[in-house]
Design a protein around this ligand. Structure first.
Ligand code: NAP
Length: 331
């Protein structure tokens, strides 16, 4: 017997990722439909609703409380996540919450406590790289043990240009949070000590934001991780990761693009942003969420505990940005 189709409501549906999630729910995810949307920007919410045949709600609270909505996606800006997630959990609604779980450890704790009080696993977090086929292959090779123990990880996160109001701290809470999670997941262990170094700043950095930054993290078993976080690469979007093991290395492939030869030149196009790089991962994370809610898999996706652990590490990194020292991650 086929399971009931879940009616999903998307908060922040008019934004970049909110639109992507709305589209994926409406057109890709099996077992779910886009029932309602809400966005502070009503015009954009109406556009999404019209395109995918959903209803526009008057507020986030109305969408969360609506008996017509089975589960909620939070795709609004970082600072709104914790409060909205707690509201969903208190209403007993399963919630898919974009990263980060919260922008402070204190707020992340509130989400974890609300979920604990509910007695149910109600939250999946949008650490979508765990669903990217290339990272999955990397983990399989690492876990097979054929290359021996991992020793180091070299990561690069380059964004073409960051928004004008982007801050030094957001390089951690908004960008490096992906590397924090993917390294925890790849290595299967926690990170306990961190540091941040600031090289010469690029002329493209806006306001007071320190850009680029070099993030350093050490895992429990001693794997040393370095992450270049560039918010103004100028040339495009690029995510790289190489695990250095005792008997070889595993490197994330560069996104497959045709190699073009033209007059005295040979090259590949570089994506402008994340939208084209992680298409499959965005689809698969939502499919997994819906499958879990419908009991088609008993393996939950990344949850509140993963979001909380990542916040502990980002909290220590923000402290390290100021002290210039190696800082311990809260145990
Ligand atoms: P965005 O384009 O600015 O979209 C956010 C949308 O949410 C805007 O339309 C905004 O309206 C609206 N909004 C703000 N507060 C709201 C609230 N309380 N309730 C409902 N809507 C609200 O931002 P984005 O780039 O899509 O990012 C959104 C979130 O997704 C961020 O937390 C970001 O970290 C995350 N994200 C994750 C990935 C990933 O790879 N997993 C990729 C991109 C983004 P206004 O413009 O009027 O404020």
């Amino acid at each position: 017997m086929s399971k009931k189709e879940l009616a999903i409501g998307v908060l922040g549906a008019g934004g970049n990722i909110g639109h992507t999630h709305s589209q994926n729910i409406a057109t890709y995810v099996d077992g779910a439909r886009l029932a309602a949307v809400y966005d502070l920007n009503t015009e954009r919410a109406e556009e999404v609703a019209k395109t995918y045949g959903a209803k526009v709600m008057a507020s986030a609270e109305e969408l969360i409380a609506s008996p017509e909505i089975d589960a909620v996606v939070i795709a609004s800006w970082d600072g709104t996540h914790a409060d909205l997630a707690v509201k969903c959990i208190e209403a007993g609604k399963p919630v898919f919450c974009e990263k980060p779980l919260a922008t402070t450890l204190e707020d992340a704790k509130k989400v974890v406590e609300a979920e604990k009080a509910s007695g149910k696993r109600l939250l999946q977090i949008g650490f979508m790289r765990r669903f990217d086929p290339d990272y999955i292959k990397m983990k399989k090779i690492l876990d097979s043990g054929e290359l021996g123990a991992p020793l180091m990880a070299h990561c690069i996160s380059r964004t073409r240009s960051h928004p004008k109001n982007h801050t030094t701290e957001q390089h951690i809470t908004n960008i490096a949070i992906h590397e924090i999670d993917i390294c925890r997941w790849l290595l299967g262990e926690n990170l306990n000590e961190v540091a941040v170094r600031f090289p010469r700043a690029t002329c493209f950095a806006e306001g007071t934001c320190q850009d680029p930054q070099l993030v350093l993290m050490q895992s429990d078993s001693g794997v040393l991780i370095d992450v270049e976080v560039s918010g103004n690469s100028y040339y495009g979007y690029e995510i790289l990761c190489e695990l250095v093991c005792e008997k070889g290395t595993i490197r994330l492939p560069v996104a497959a693009e045709p190699i073009v030869r033209s007059y005295l030149q040979c090259g590949q196009a570089i994506p402008e942003d994340w939208t084209n790089r992680f298409v499959v991962a965005y689809q698969e994370e939502l499919q997994h969420w819906v499958d879990y809610l419908q009991g088609k898999t008993d393996v939950p996706g990344p949850g509140a505990a993963d979001g909380y652990e990542a916040c502990k590490i980002s909290d220590a990194l923000i402290k390290a940005q100021t002290t210039g020292q190696w800082e311990k991650v809260e145990a």
